[in-house]
Design a protein around this ligand. Sequence first.
Ligand code: HEM
Length: 445
Amino acid sequence: MTHPSDPRAVDPGLLGQVWANATFLRDPLGGMERIQQRYGDVVITRFPGQTFVQVADPNLAGRVLRELRDATIKDFATRVLSEVVGNGLLTNEGDSWKRQRRLAAPPFRPKALKPYTAAMVRCASRAAESFPSGDQVDVHPPLARLTLDILAQTIFGGDLEMDAARVERHLERVMAQFYRITGSWEAVLPHRLQRTIMRQLHADRDALHQVVDTLIAQRRAQGTEGPDLLSRLIEARDDEGRGMDGAQLRDEVLTLLLAGHETTALALGYALWLLAAHPEVQTRLHTEAEAVPALNDHHDLDELPFTRAVVLESMRLYPPAWLIGRELTAPTPFAGKDLGVGTQLLVPIWLLHRDARSFPDPLTFRPDRWLDGTAEAAPKGAYLPFGGGPRICIGQHFAMIEAVLSLAVLIRQLRVSPVPGFSLELLPTVTLRPRRGILLGISRR
Ligand code: HEM
């Protein structure tokens, strides 16, 4: 996969690699930036037993996801997640992934999502009404509850009983264990010393299995005729008339909970954070939301172009999925080097989205760049909040509709303001999470 215009990969040598590894492990986001500044867009680093390539060139990054589909699988870090979500879409591979993706895709197509918009607005209105107010509110927990509520109403049909607090608790712990294994100094421990982490991960998985099994049993008992995603997945059949078996269905449902809950909550949280810091943008968004009388129909989305631009711009600056990885399954010529099987290709969404060559004045929050054509002029591969290629997020349309409607509903009722002295600290685990919450002033309009 080498094109004449591709940047050449740089191998910084032993000392450079020690520096790069230490820099990344101390501070993954800042570390990636410093590695790019020192060595360029494509950098090879080695870790005991692993070779990594940081691919921060937008054209090349996009092509890793699109063109290397047959020579890659998910990276080693994502595979850790299969300890929890088993063979669900996020971690599945090969023919089994293809079959599952085909089965699960129809309910996620934009047209099929229309029945869910009213439920999304209902959940967002409830969240806005019960949103805690005050000078210092951590907005992440109520937003996480909102997106879980939306999944419960849309995936499960709303008539099932789900212990939301239990799901949140265990998903939260999964994220924490994942960070220990892949992003902290504990990542370098031999496997046997990571056993306690694995034990904890499995305990959380078992608890989540119980919740999901109960939901599936309830759904089957109450009938699967409805438009909810779970019914559609239970009823889905491939060309030979085969559906999913019980274990596969459970893995898919747990995957949707894991992949669809926190990501969207983070997108909303960072959007509120940026709106608080930019009152003029908040006023514009409020005016736009106020002008859409009912806000309960998918047509309303067309009336919210500025809100959509705010969501896109927030995910540019704070991409909930900050890094996407792939592992080579075949020797591959790449950026002037011959890479071996097992090489981990890292697509640093964080760097791509903050690259001045793609987005002029990249650190400035400017939603208008999504309306005046500037953002569209960026190279393909410069903006990848939902990934790219065949493994692109199956929930991308769902998430965009959910985020735009929720933000419009929230800002219609709430005013957000900065908390003096509070600064946002990021914790890059599976997702880009706030380390100490997202503290904002919240008042009702
Ligand atoms: C703002 C919200 C979201 C963001 C930023 C996001 C981001 C992503 C990204 C980057 C990937 C690709 C990972 C890779 O290539 O390795 C992905 C995959 C996936 N996402 Fe999302 N996602 C979001 C919301 C959702 C929602 C709402 C759902 C479901 C309800 C969902 C379900 C999935 C699934 C099942 C996959 C795996 C797809 C496959 O490999 O076939 N996501 N997501």
